[in-house]
Design a protein around this ligand. Structure first.
Ligand SMILES: C[S@@+](CC[C@H](N)C(=O)[O-])C[C@H]1O[C@@H](n2cnc3c(N)ncnc32)[C@H](O)[C@@H]1O
Length: 217
């Protein structure tokens, strides 16, 4: 267990359900669960764009773009080009659906593949949200990211929680999807070793589990 194919397969099957978090199209119980336990997904979204500042004329790379909420927001904020990378075709299909008929669709480029392992050019900003959970070699991932970022990168990391972590581990084990968790010391070490110049690291408070990192090359 634990290879990239497992991750891609898991997210390919999970795309519609995952998208429901952003669209609100899901059952009452899940919506309650989202409000109670997944608020950090919205918090990290807001913090990422606050950290990037003005995106007009900028380029943005979204690694593990999923169904594309960050892609759409960056385009709406005037990004010149947004590249979305994801290994799950069903996720990319939902991005295409989201972009269809908009006047910014032609500023988006979608690439099917995993990171590292896909050739990408440097962008002004990079987004890596909700992805490090599934990355076995975080050191190589962050080191490979460094030369692709010109201005800043926003990266989220899942932390450990006494109640949620064992439940989440069980859920993911049943779905044959690997799960990797982090602590503050380990995260700082990853960015130092990769040569990033300082990181702004914030643990999202409450029942959520994420660290949010804003960093510069
Ligand atoms: C939880 S979703 C998050 C999607 C989006 N970033 C968001 O915050 O809404 C994680 C996504 O990362 C993708 N992913 C997982 N490992 C990846 C890797 N090594 N390279 C690129 N994408 C990856 C999955 O296919 C999935 O679509």
């Amino acid at each position: 267990m634990g290879n990239r194919d497992d991750v891609a397969r898991f997210f390919d099957a999970y795309a519609q359900i995952f998208d429901g978090f952003y669209t609100g199209r899901r059952g009452r119980l899940l919506r309650w669960f989202d409000r109670r336990f997944r608020r950090d997904i919205l918090v990290r979204f807001a913090r990422t764009f606050e950290g990037f500042g003005d995106l007009r004329g900028r380029t943005v790379l979204d690694i593990g773009c999923g169904t594309g909420p960050y892609i759409v927001e960056a385009l709406k904020r005037g990004a010149r080009l947004v590249t979305g990378l994801d290994p799950a075709p069903a996720m990319l299909e939902l991005v295409r659906d989201r972009l269809k008929g908009t006047d910014y669709a032609d500023r988006c480029r979608l690439v099917e593949g995993s990171f590292p392992g896909t050739d990408l050019e440097p962008h002004d900003h990079a987004v890596v949200m909700g992805v490090m959970d599934y990355v076995a070699d975080a050191a190589t991932f962050i080191r490979t990211l460094r030369p692709l970022v010109r201005i800043s990168a926003a990266v989220s990391f899942p932390s450990r929680h006494w109640l949620r972590t064992p439940l989440r581990r069980l859920r993911y084990r049943l779905r044959r999807c690997p799960l990797h968790l982090y602590d503050e010391v380990g995260i700082r070490r990853l960015f130092d070793a990769a040569g990033f110049s300082g990181i702004d690291l914030w643990k999202i408070p409450g029942a959520g589990m994420d660290y949010h990192v804003l960093t510069h090359p």
